[in-house]
Ligand binder design. Structure first.
Ligand SMILES: CC(C)(COP(=O)(O)OP(=O)(O)OC[C@H]1O[C@@H](n2cnc3c(N)ncnc32)[C@H](O)[C@@H]1OP(=O)(O)O)[C@@H](O)C(=O)NCCC(=O)NCCS
Length: 193
């Protein structure tokens, strides 16, 4: 049995995260469509339906269901400096409790707010959620080595690079090697704040 995990908003300095809900569909779909060229090279092949209101409604249905099941915790990333405009998504996925208490971590932020630290802050807030509220012990992003911006986000957030997994995920139609990064609860608690 997975524990019941609270639906919480967490605020950082310039960025906040809050659980995605069904009524986000219009704002999220507009953002996903506008950012297709920015995110598509780093995503699995999705098909055109994904980049539509109907596709995002289905994704939100799955996100809400996963939260209820304790298998995933998906958040909207909000720009606190811009009236809480939605600017991306960060999600703890593939959550397993028991002896592992591990989650993968995925994220993207909109092209027009890049380089302002939003992704890094959203990732840190997702880690705070994982360790302080969801009872997880390990958070693990996997990043294609040439995705230098994302590698930088993981480094800035304090993740440890554990090694390279060969042909790990099918991204944009190719089996891509990924660098595995991780933080455990012990790392999180030992951070210099
Ligand atoms: C990767 C991504 C999440 C970064 O978002 P962001 O909001 O720009 O991230 P941040 O501002 O927190 O940090 C970005 C860092 O990358 C650096 N950076 C930006 N462009 C870069 C480039 N071309 N080469 C090297 N570093 C770069 C920035 O300078 C910054 O580092 P710094 O603070 O040391 O200067 C965003 O670009 C994105 O969504 N990309 C598409 C989807 C994706 O790749 N998701 C991750 C999959 S693992």
């Amino acid at each position: 049995m997975s524990p019941s995990v609270p639906r919480l908003r967490l605020d950082g300095e310039r960025t906040a995260i809050r659980p995605l809900v069904h009524r986000d569909v219009d704002e999220l779909a507009a953002l996903v469509v506008a950012n297709r060229p920015h995110t598509e090279p780093w995503d699995p092949v999705r098909g055109d339906v994904y980049y539509s209101r109907a596709g995002q409604a289905e994704m939100l249905r799955r996100d809400v269901e996963a939260w209820d099941l304790g298998t995933g915790f998906a958040f909207a990333v909000l720009d606190r400096t811009g009236r809480d405009r939605m600017i991306g998504r960060v999600a703890l996925g593939n959550v397993v409790f028991g002896a592992w208490r591990n989650a993968t971590l995925g994220y993207w932020t909109a092209a027009d707010v890049g380089g302002r630290g939003h992704a890094t802050e959203a990732v840190l807030l997702a880690c705070a959620f994982a360790f302080d509220h969801a009872g997880l012990h390990r958070v693990q992003p996997a990043i294609i080595p040439r995705n230098v911006r994302s590698i930088r986000v993981a480094e800035k957030a304090g993740f440890r690079r554990e090694g390279r997994a060969l042909r790990y995920l099918n991204i944009a139609g190719r089996w891509e090697d990924h660098d595995i990064f991780a933080l455990t609860l012990e790392d999180w608690q030992a951070r210099d704040l």
